[in-house]
Design a protein. Structure first.
Length: 339
């Protein structure tokens, strides 16, 4: 890959100038165009590069959830944060929160999930240069401890070019995209991957065509990726262990038990129903939260009690059918075949 052209340098300088201006980025704060940067001292870290952080979040209403604000506040101490979120009118208190923590706002379409938001931001802000770090995150993870400084420093210390929190081998080995710490030319590979791939309107299309292929794109460019929290098996099944080991984060979907029937069967097929039905709020409380994190604000299961009971019965029915009938059938078949 070639080094920056004069044009890219000019773009980089223009963007740096925009960062120091009162109003920033694209469709910024239609309801409050006079957003000004707050003033506070960022934390010192061992990361010797400017860090740009893109936090993608889809929410309803004018209030930012506590866990989102907790993450944004902690991230704002480490670099320049932009909140990418769906177009809506935020309450003045939320605008003031963003202003106080020097967080930019990029209002965009609710289309293409987090990859769609990142794609549209990078289209409007085409910077790809070696002297920066880019961190992309989304709100599918609830961070209940102040772990970002540790994660950034660990990622920076890794020789790999792209660092995630967890990885998965389902379909193909890949980094899970809810947290990606990108260095140098990995930023360019990520941006090109987003721009070259058609926008995905289906969730599993986004996983198949954007999340999973990214590691292969890195490796094709001679770069490497790594997860800070490698797991044995599907990472989704390992959160009880990760929490007990002090990781400081959890998938929001697990807290809400927001899985459709087929996703529930995936847990059952691999004997991971304990991970599906674990009391994550209790696990988190037992292992400690940051003193400024409100434990009561953790997202709650989104289904009523009767629906959860029905899901549990269906889950165990599938598990018994799979574990008893299919395994017995396979043993009988193998016996008849003389294996």
């Amino acid at each position: 890959m070639n080094h920056l052209s004069g044009g890219l340098v000019a773009i980089a300088r223009a963007i740096d100038e925009r960062r120091n201006s009162p109003c920033e980025i694209g469709d910024v704060l239609e309801q409050s165009p006079s957003l000004e940067r707050g003033s506070f001292v960022r934390e010192k870290t061992s990361v010797a590069f400017p860090v740009d952080i893109l936090y993608a979040s889809y929410q309803d209403g004018g209030v930012l959830p506590h866990y989102v604000k907790f993450a944004l506040h902690r991230l704002s101490l480490l670099g320049h944060v932009t909140l990418l979120t769906n177009k809506r009118e935020l309450l003045p208190s939320e605008i003031n929160f963003l202003k106080e923590h020097s967080i930019s706002l990029f209002l965009t379409e609710n289309r293409g999930f987090d990859f769609g938001m990142w794609r549209r931001y990078l289209l409007e802000n085409p910077w790809t240069f070696k002297e920066h770090r880019l961190v992309v995150l989304n709100d599918s993870i609830v961070y209940y401890r102040d772990v970002f400084k540790e994660f950034f420093e660990r990622a920076e210390a890794c020789p790999e070019d792209a660092v995630s929190l967890t990885a998965n081998n389902e379909v193909a080995p890949h980094l899970q995209s809810f947290f990606l710490y990108l260095k140098g030319y990995a930023i360019e590979v990520f941006r090109n991957h987003l721009l070259e791939t058609p926008e995905q309107l289906d969730f599993y299309g986004a996983v198949q065509n954007l999340e999973i292929p990214f590691l292969a794109k890195l490796e094709a460019a001679g770069l490497k990726g790594k997860a800070l929290f490698p797991t044995n098996g599907d990472a989704m099944f390992c959160y009880p262990e990760l929490i007990k080991n002090g990781c400081g984060f959890v998938k929001r979907k697990l807290l809400q038990r927001r899985f459709n029937f087929m996703e529930q069967q995936h847990f059952a097929k691999f004997g991971a129903t304990k991970a599906l039905y674990a009391n994550y709020a209790k696990l988190i409380a037992n292992n400690g939260v940051d003193r400024q994190f409100d434990l009561e604000s953790l997202p709650q299961p989104s289904k009523g009690l009767l629906r959860r009971v029905a899901d549990r019965i269906a889950q165990w029915a599938f598990y018994v059918t799979y574990a008893v009938y299919f395994k017995c059938f396979k043993r009988l078949r193998d016996k008849l075949r003389g294996r």
